[in-house]
Design a protein around this ligand. Structure first.
Ligand SMILES: [Zn+2]
Length: 498
């Protein structure tokens, strides 16, 4: 199930000439300033600089240079000269390009040397290289027949800095991200809600998690009409809400975290059928659940000292004679009546009952992830994700966290008056508006009413779940965006005390 095999070795000293000559693949990072005074230089240092000045009149931070060394191995070197204050997003993007310049041949080792800079800067730059190399090492679904060239770099040799924690968090994030990308890329005929549940049961055994599955009869007993409405058209009744539980061996405090994810295994749009252009790719409409799960796996790997619950709303938005329709009135499990306006706004329907169930357990913080609205993509593109919260004081930290970790988010307002667009003549609330409104904000307003007990809540509308050519350190179009962001947020101690 786990699709990442990647190990690290670290050496404080620079590589020797012999080591460089015997290595097939090298990545070197150098400072842009005062190169003459660097101690512990990379052998061939001058060769690299000569190459750089020859190919570029206006060298920039984000240029990735590639050359083969004049040795017997013709060792491939990708390198960059960077400013110490390079942004985390630029650094991760550069790291992705530096890794992509290599192909494993005989050796599956990628060697990295960061020379110059302070210890702290070297650690930061090396961390980005570890993140990018581990992201590239992850195996993704591939159904091509015939001979496959599936060789990956599964080992990284770091020179010039030793980090005592051995990049434990970066590797945990990479594993969580790899899992979420893998699941997201599975075609929907390989990942029905039933298949998804089976995979979760395997992961539970491997990781000692507890699993509760609320199937359709159980959700009927809970009167979870919002969730059930979406499942009505599915011939196979395998939809349901999963709750995974991680309990640390030693709980150091009373806080409890809840992660929630939208897991629509395929979104046809329902009766309001999507046109071909917008339906293609909708097997990834479960990426929110995969990001919640990947985050949950990473937190487990790091043995965090607080309990975590991971709620996954697994369903398929099918079309059929039993499908829910516009103008239907649906009752959620808290008794709220919802007037259906557009059946393609199914994500907020399944999340409504899931958020009610998650907040019933009174966690200290809820974070939900969903590929929820096209409006969020129109607003910020696919390089950022949208973020919403019912605690305005979090907003500054949410932005800063994105800048710090390189997975960038931008907040949106969600004042009460937005909800006038959701006023219904027949029910408590409309599911969405038909036109002329900021749907990502209306969706957040809609979800907010199902977060009970005034629990602090963060909602991520994953507009950056898919970005052509990859995003930051991630080399695939499917990004798994959110695992690194959330880990960094939880470990920063800003809104969630460590
Ligand atoms: Zn939809």
């Amino acid at each position: 199930m786990i699709n990442l095999d990647f190990t690290l070795q670290q050496k404080k000293r620079p590589p020797t000439q012999k080591e460089v000559d015997e290595g097939e693949n090298w990545v070197v990072l150098l400072p842009t300033t005062a190169p003459a005074r660097i101690s512990g230089k990379f052998p061939y240092y001058e060769t690299l600089l000569a190459r750089r000045s020859r190919v570029s009149d206006t060298p920039s931070d984000t240029d990735c240079h590639v050359m083969d060394l004049p040795n017997e191995m013709a060792s491939r070197v990708s390198f960059a000269c960077i400013n110490s204050d390079i942004s985390s997003f630029d650094l991760l993007t550069l790291a992705r390009k530096l890794v992509a310049a290599h192909k494993p041949a005989e050796q599956q080792v990628l060697s990295v040397h960061v020379c110059g800079f302070t210890d702290k800067q070297r650690q930061r730059f090396t961390e980005a290289m570890v993140a990018a190399a581990a992201a590239a090492a992850a195996v993704m679904p591939d159904y091509k027949t015939g001979k496959k060239s599936s060789k990956k770099f599964n080992k990284m040799q770091i020179y010039g800095i030793v980090r005592p924690d051995s990049y434990k968090r970066t590797l945990a994030e990479a594993e969580g991200n790899a899992l979420s990308r893998y699941l997201s890329m599975l075609p929907s005929n390989y990942l029905t809600p039933g298949d998804y549940l089976k995979k979760l049961q395997v992961l539970c055994k491997e990781n000692n998690w507890k699993l509760d599955f609320y199937d359709i009869p159980a959700l009927r007993r809970k009167k979870a009409g919002a969730f059930l409405a979406v499942t009505q058209a599915s011939a196979v009744k395998d939809a349901g809400i999963v709750c995974l539980r991680y309990n640390p061996s030693r709980v150091s405090r009373m806080n409890k975290l809840a992660l929630v994810g939208k897991g629509i295994c395929y979104d046809t749009g329902g009766v309001n059928l999507k046109p071909a252009k917008y339906m293609y790719g909708m097997h990834e409409d479960m990426q929110g659940s995969a990001v919640a799960l990947g985050t949950f796996l990473a937190l487990t790997r790091l043995n965090v000292n607080y309990p975590v619950e991971c709620w996954l709303a697994l369903a398929t938005n099918h079309i059929g004679p039993r499908a829910y329709k516009p103008n239907d009135v649906i009752t959620a499990s808290d008794g709220t009546t919802i007037e259906i306006v557009h059946t393609d706004a199914e994500g907020r329907m399944v999340l409504a009952d899931t958020l009610i169930m998650a907040s019933d357990r009174k966690p200290s913080l809820i974070i939900d992830f969903a590929t929820l609205t096209g409006a969020c993509v129109y607003s910020v593109g696919t390089g950022y994700s949208g973020v919403f919260t019912n605690r305005e004081k979090f907003i500054k930290d949410l932005i800063e966290n994105g800048k710090a970790c390189g997975e960038r988010v931008w907040p949106f307002p969600m004042d009460e008056d937005y909800e006038t667009a959701l006023k219904s003549d027949i029910a408590d609330i409309k599911q969405c508006a038909l036109e002329g409104n900021a749907d990502h904000i209306l969706a957040a307003r809609f979800l907010k009413r199902f977060v009970k007990n005034d629990i602090p809540w963060i909602h991520m509308d994953l507009s950056s779940s898919r970005n052509k050519g990859g995003l930051g350190h991630i080399p695939t179009d499917t990004t798994g965006f959110g695992v690194r962001y959330t880990l960094n947020l939880l470990f920063s101690g800003k809104i969630w005390k460590k």
